[in-house]
Design a protein around this ligand. Structure first.
Ligand code: FAD
Length: 381
């Protein structure tokens, strides 16, 4: 494991990866990012990408070698996601399994659970979704009300989840459910592995502002879940959920978003004709200011990753980076629309609509600010 982006190991890894990506990213995807493909074609490209990652040994890059991963540290992990994004690689359908379910099973699962679920996650054969949010429990995740009542060797699960990405393709759901008394906040939840094909599970896709349907409402009506499918102890699901959330706000997202922002920044300069210009009353300067903000993000990310590789805590950087890139993405999309460039109007419209979600998922901007104030800076509540 290397601790620096400039090390010979990190450079060599980047070169090898670039060569592999050059020969493996599907041309149709590289060109238009799936824009000109039907939903079914998009799904097939993403499944095929999962298979290619597995065949090349690039699935589960940070998983320990003993569980079929590569055992990479933070620097290689960041390089991996950055290069994938730069090469215009698709996002595999197995993302939730590889980034969230797998590491959670490795940290908290039983040997039987690891033996059963890890390999099909890596190979892309089984798709996972994350069933945390509910109509009344988003930022306040401890308010989850989906109930899992114990009935001998099974739990009977009833309730509703919402905003569940990938649920319409998923085989398994990482479900946070109430197993204890409602008033025992944080000490009444359990993490369950739920079969999405079981009787009583209904998935309803939600149509998004962008026109696509990438997430869903999921209803559980007296669904039987074996007790053996619980990850961790009963009523200790909050601790397991924190592992999931820490992985969710990890380096994959920061690397991908940095590359997206680079593309936006180039597009912004092109649309503005490379001339300093004022945008929508922005008095800080012309479009160049956005390129500077992207560059500042790059240095922040690299510093945080190297610190983490030397054993430092990723947590304080996590909230700051999420806040920074998500709000920058929205600012740039608004600026792009404001330029009124006829040639790239559809790019900016899409960016503007897509970027609405960035300050909501993986913890809203308000929640990130709370985390920074209370848990990073230690300010009083
Ligand atoms: C694209 C996308 C994909 C998603 N995928 C998934 C998924 O796969 N699985 C899943 O479980 N969830 C998923 N989510 C849900 C996401 O985690 C929640 O939307 C998010 O946690 C916010 O919860 P909420 O929507 O219920 O908003 P609320 O929590 O109701 O918040 C509403 C508003 O109040 C503010 N607010 C709330 N509490 C506070 C506070 N204490 N202090 C200050 N302000 C506060 C919020 O910032 C927000 O502006 C996804 C969301 C999006 C947008």
């Amino acid at each position: 494991m290397t601790t620096s982006f400039g090390s010979p190991e990190a450079r060599a890894f980047r070169e090898r990866l670039r060569t592999w990506l050059a020969g493996n990213v599907p041309e149709a995807w590289r060109r238009a990012g799936g824009e000109d493909l039907t939903d079914d074609e998009v799904v097939e490209v993403r499944r095929e990408w999962d298979r290619r990652l597995f065949a090349a040994g690039y699935a589960g890059v940070t998983w320990p070698v003993e569980f079929g991963g590569r055992g990479f540290g933070p620097v290689e992990e960041y390089v991996f996601y950055e290069e994938c994004a730069r090469a215009g690689a698709p996002e595999g359908l197995g993302r939730v399994g590889r980034l969230l379910a797998g590491p959670t099973l490795i940290a908290h699962g039983t040997d039987e659970q690891r033996a059963r679920y890890l390999r099909p996650i890596l190979s892309g054969e089984e798709i996972w979704c994350q069933g945390f949010s509910e109509p009344g429990a988003g930022s306040d995740l401890a308010a989850v009300r989906t109930r899992a009542g114990r009935d001998g060797a099974v739990y009977r699960v009833s309730g509703q989840k919402t905003w569940t990405s990938f649920a319409h393709y998923a085989d398994w759901c990482l479900l946070l459910a109430l197993t204890g008394p409602a008033e025992l906040r944080h000490r009444n939840l359990s993490m369950l592995i739920v079969d999405m094909h079981a009787p009583g599970v209904t998935v309803r896709p939600i149509r998004q502002i962008s026109g696509r349907s990438e997430f869903n409402e999921v209803f559980f009506d007296d669904v039987e879940v074996p007790v053996a499918n619980r990850i961790g102890a009963e009523d200790d699901g909050w601790r397991v959920a924190m592992t999931v959330l820490t992985n969710e706000r990890g380096m994959a997202e920061a690397a991908n978003r940095y590359v997206d922002l680079m593309a936006d920044s180039r597009q912004l300069l092109e649309c503005a004709g490379h001339r300093p210009s004022r945008i929508g009353g922005d008095t800080l300067g012309g479009v160049e200011v956005y390129a500077d903000r992207v560059e500042a993000l790059r240095w922040q990310v690299m510093r945080a990753v190297e610190k983490s590789a030397r054993g430092g805590d990723w947590f304080p950087s996590m909230a700051v980076l999420k806040l920074y890139w998500s709000e920058l993405m929205q600012d740039m999309a608004s600026a792009g629309l404001g330029l009124g460039c006829a040639e790239h109007a559809s790019w900016w419209r899409r960016r503007y609509l897509e970027s609405r979600a960035t300050t909501i998922y993986s913890g809203t901007s308000e929640i990130q600010r709370n985390i920074i104030a209370e848990r990073v800076l230690g300010l009083p509540k």
